[in-house]
Every structure is written in structure tokens, then in C-alpha cells.
Design a protein around this ligand. Structure first.
Ligand code: SAH
Length: 354
């Protein structure tokens, strides 16, 4: 169904319990109609927090000298990928800070190749699906990653309002370049994922409605978005920008529902930042129309060094505990986990048909 911007703003503005429940039920049934009740799991491997960017909101920004920087070695990453595969997650996400140097690009290519090789099984003859989320890169680099075997890419637009984008990023980070990267990724043939932070200082409901229309206009296949949470060692810390936790949480859920209603057949992730605000937040997102969860699969030793915002959950559990915990929680909702499959977004195959 085509919704107007005002209709989307009204969805986002919903606060009364019974109205929220109505919105949730609508979104849930559109999800069931278009995607079924399956939940897809992707093991999240945060393989390095070394970053050359200085995003004003992000805890691992280059200028935060309090962070101990790490890059996981090959064996360690492969081990996480194998554990994800053994848990039946059909896909992994490799995420890190942004680096564009040749050494980094070569490392990512070889690790993608090795993961594809080593996770081949009877169930997954092509190995696990690989999503990369390593920031802005050149077309040549994106092609190398694709040729190595990555078939999805996550690059959030962070805000589709260029003025707001400029306020939360340093001058050298250009909105146009982010857009250009998304176009290039699509041209190469990736399934493209994007998203925004919800509840940014100065962000209006109209901005968020425009974000959803933006996702539609670029024909995104996957959406990953979550509430903005201030990090104490960034220019956008809580003292300078007091935040309303409950509002960001509610808006986070309303955004998932509204995105499902407008975009219908895309994959929508219920992200960790929802969980960081409220226990059970990730499961809650699934009830509002999300169909993907990315369980933490980074080794425990470095997990607390990849802190984008304060209050990151799941710092102390083992990889196995996290895998079995998520299975139990999803099944308790009456949703089925689709094991041993890539879990590609139907939208990618429906593109141009609707
Ligand atoms: N370097 C990669 C990965 C970035 S981290 C890239 O540039 O795409 C993944 C996401 O975490 C970011 O896209 C951002 O939307 C989110 N994030 C960062 N800081 C955050 C904060 N303080 N609150 C909520 N989300 C945050």
C-alpha cells in the first residue's frame, strides 16, 4: 500500500497503548503476509574497532583515545564463523570500524574467502551467507569484496536529512558520498541494507518519515535501525544532549512497524540498541514486524572494546550461551527460526515485480 508522509508521521507519533497495539498488529500481519513468521539469524562478528572516521555519536570514533584498539586475527574470526554455522545460523555479519588501506581490504577479502570455504556443509553447499559492514569504500574495493563472496552490504545512511547528517558528522564525511556508495553497492549486485539512528538530537518525526520514504526510494532490501544512545566519550554525550530513553525506545518500535507497513517485503533487523535500552527489546522488535536478529558472536575478550554506545548488552555470555539464549527467546514468541539458510530478503527477488 502507498502511504503519504503524513500518514507515516501519524504512525510514528502513536503513544496511547491501544493505538500502539493496533499499529503493531497491522505491521505484524503485513510481515506475515509478505515474509511469513520465519526469523533469520546472523552471527555478528565485530572483528575490529580500529576506525579512521570521527562520527560525533560513535564510541569507537578515531579521536576517542580511551578505547583499546583491536583487530581479531584470522583464526579467531574463522572460529566465530564456524560456531555460527554449527548453531545453524545461515549467515554472518562482519562489522568493523572504517579503514580503506590496502592491508585492510586484502585482509577482508581473504577472510571472506576463507569463511565461505570453511563453512561449506551438506546443508550449506556454498558456506554461510556473508554480510559486510565496513563503511564507505571505493567501487573497486566493493567489487573485490563481492568477488570474494560477500553478497550483502550494510551501510546506514544514519539520517536521510542532509542537514542533520552534517550536524552529526565531521566536515570531511559527505552525505553525497554515502548515497553514492549505496548506489554503487546496488549496481554491483549486492543486497543492500541501510538504516538510521532514531531519536537523534534535533531529529523530527518528519525526518523519520522521510527516512522511511528514502529507504523505499533507493529500493533497499534490508533495514537495520535502532534508537540513538549517547556515549559518554563522544561530542554527543548525555550531558550535552540529554535524551529521553522511553521516547527513543517507543520511536524505535514505531519505526519498525511503520517501515514494515511501507516497505512490506524487506528484511528488518531488530537491533542490539533496542536491547540496550530495555531487557527483551530485541524480541519486542520482532513483535513489531522485524524478522532478523543478529546474535553477538564476537569472542568475549574484545566484546567490551566495541562499544558504539553506553550500556551494550551481552558482554559476559559465551558465544554458545548467546546462540542458545536467542533460540529460546525467539521460539517463546511463537516465531520459527529458519536454520541453515541464507535468509535472503524476498524484496531482492521481487525487485521490479511489484
Ligand atoms: N564502520 C561501519 C559500521 C558502523 S557501526 C560503517 O561505517 O557503516 C554500526 C552502526 O552503529 C552505525 O551505522 C550507527 O548507526 C550505529 N551507532 C553508532 N553509534 C551509535 C550510538 N551512539 N547510538 C546508536 N547507534 C549507534
Amino acid at each position: 500500500m502507498a502511504y503519504t508522509k503524513n500518514e507515516i508521521i501519524n504512525m510514528l507519533a502513536t503513544v496511547a497503548d491501544d493505538e500502539v497495539e493496533k499499529l503493531r498488529q497491522q505491521a505484524y500481519s503485513v510481515m506475515l503476509e509478505n515474509c511469513g513468521s520465519n526469523v533469520y539469524l546472523r552471527g555478528l562478528i565485530e572483528f575490529s574497532n580500529i576506525c579512521t572516521n570521527n562520527c560525533n555519536y560513535c564510541g569507537i570514533r578515531k579521536s576517542n583515545h580511551k578505547v583499546h584498539r583491536y583487530q581479531l586475527n584470522r583464526e579467531n574470526i574463522l572460529q566465530s564463523a564456524i560456531m555460527s554455522m554449527k548453531s545453524g545460523f545461515g549467515s554472518v555479519v562482519l562489522q568493523s570500524g572504517q579503514r580503506q588501506d590496502a592491508e585492510f581490504v586484502g585482509f577482508v577479502c581473504s577472510i571472506v574467502r576463507e569463511i565461505k570455504q570453511i563453512t561449506k556443509s551438506e546443508m550449506l553447499p556454498n558456506g554461510v551467507g556473508i554480510t559486510l559492514s565496513v563503511g564507505e569504500q571505493s567501487e573497486e574495493t566493493y567489487r573485490k569484496f563481492f568477488d570474494a563472496g560477500a553478497h550483502r552490504y550494510l551501510l546506514r545512511i544514519e539520517s536521510s536529512n542532509p542537514e542533520l547528517y552534517a550536524k552529526i558528522h565531521p566536515g570531511e564525511m559527505k552525505f553525497e558520498n554515502r548515497l553514492h556508495c549505496l548506489e554503487v553497492l546496488k549496481k554491483i549486485g549486492y543486497q543492500i541494507g541501510t538504516g538510521v539512528m532514531i531519536g537523534l538530537p534535533g531529529q523530527t518525526l518528519e525526518d523519520l518519515a522521510n527516512d522511511i520514504l528514502f529507504f523505499k526510494s533507493i529500493d533497499a532490501d534490508m533495514i537495520g535501525m535502532g534508537p540513538f544512545i549517547p556515549h559518554k566519550d563522544t561530542p554527543m554525550n548525555e550531558e550535552k544532549f540529554p535524551w529521553d530513553k522511553n521516547r527513543n525506545y517507543r520511536l524505535g518500535l514505531n519505526m519498525i512497524a511503520a517501515t514494515r507497513l511501507v516497505l512490506e517485503d524487506v528484511n528488518i533487523a531488530s537491533t542490539t540498541s533496542l536491547q540496550a535500552i530495555a531487557e527483551g527489546g530485541r524480541e519486542h522488535g520482532l513483535m513489531f514486524g522485524a524478522n532478523v536478529i543478529m546474535p553477538q558472536q564476537t569472542c568475549q575478550e574484545v566484546r567490551n572494546e566495541y562499544l558504539l554506545y553506553d550500556g551494550k548488552p551481552f558482554l559476559n555470555e559465551t558465544i554458545d550461551e548467546l546462540a542458545s539464549g536467542v533460540k529460546q527467546k525467539v521460539e517463546a514468541l511463537g516465531r520459527k527460526i529458519a536454520f541453515n539458510t541464507f535468509g535472503d530478503p524476498l524484496h531482492f527477488f521481487n525487485r521490479g515485480k511489484k
